[in-house]
Design a protein around this ligand. Structure first.
Ligand code: GLP
Length: 259
């Protein structure tokens, strides 16, 4: 794992933006895995302002609420339109999200996996992290080799996400999410975490045991997982000094070239 700790959330977003910009510029046909939540908002604003050519880019989002359609204002589809897609020239046919209104969700999940495969796999998967360590909507106890499927949200995640809905009652109980196994197949994983409320989940993911009780700890198995953190999200890491040391002493050839 590469742990990069930034003084604040804006700097963490800037680093994530540089990594994604670098990918889009060097591989204009790249396949991006995208995430929702409040954490990537700064990153999406930055990417939107960059004026990059997204015409060859394909995207697959991590997850969607089951039982609400793409037009619902709290759907992840609407979130992505509002915060990224309408600001860039990505082709409508190249955008993929699970369909929360799928008539046969299980077949739909299987088809989603097949589409990722047919696109050549995901070059870079962007992730946030839940306060309980979930990635996508893979709640604690998710199989570490899980594929895209239906999951039931925990009471904690429904509470955490109630702020996007009118009230907690409106938050769906079920979702479709890429599995942890699906996420681990991405060629690069980029996890962005900011704020004190993520510190415990981040510490468990990086320095805790590999366990389905902290789904993000599965990233310990990934060959190229980059974690962009702010100081608050990194505050419970024991080896914080070492991660700073590694970054400060990075050989020039390993650095991401600014675009
Ligand atoms: C949701 C999403 C996750 C996201 C998490 C954290 O549960 N399914 O992909 O990482 O929220 O969200 P936030 O960034 O708002 O804290």
């Amino acid at each position: 794992m590469e742990i990069i700790i930034h003084p604040n959330a804006e700097d963490a977003a800037e680093m994530a933006e540089r990594i994604i910009t670098n990918l889009i510029v060097t591989n204009p046909q790249a396949v991006l895995g995208l995430a929702t939540g409040s954490t990537p908002l700064r990153l999406y604003q930055r990417l939107a302002a960059k004026g990059l050519d997204w015409s060859g880019i394909t995207s697959f989002n991590l997850d969607e609420y089951l039982g609400i359609g793409a037009q619902h204002p709290q759907s992840y589809s609407a979130f992505m339109q509002e915060n990224l897609f309408r600001h860039v020239n990505i082709g409508v046919k190249n955008i993929h999200l699970p369909d929360g209104m799928a008539v046969d969700p299980e077949t739909h999940c299987q088809a989603y996996e097949e589409k990722i495969h047919a696109a050549g796999g995901i070059d870079l998967q962007l992730l946030g992290i839940g306060t309980d360590g979930h990635i996508g909507f893979n709640e604690p106890s998710s199989s570490l080799s899980s594929r895209t499927r239906i999951k039931t949200l925990t009471a904690r995640t429904r509470r955490d996400n109630a702020r996007f809905f009118g009230s907690e009652r409106e938050v769906p109980y079920h979702v479709i999410t890429m599995g942890i196994g699906t996420i681990l197949e991405s060629r690069t994983v980029l996890l962005l975490a900011t704020g004190e409320n993520k510190a415990e989940a981040v510490a468990g993911a990086v320095e805790g045991a590999l366990t389905s009780m902290n789904p993000a700890s599965a990233l310990q198995l990934h060959r190229k997982a980059i974690l962009c953190l702010d100081e608050a999200a990194a505050s419970k890491l024991q080896r914080r000094d070492y991660y700073h040391w590694v970054f400060d002493n990075k050989p020039a050839w390993q650095r991401i070239s600014p675009n």
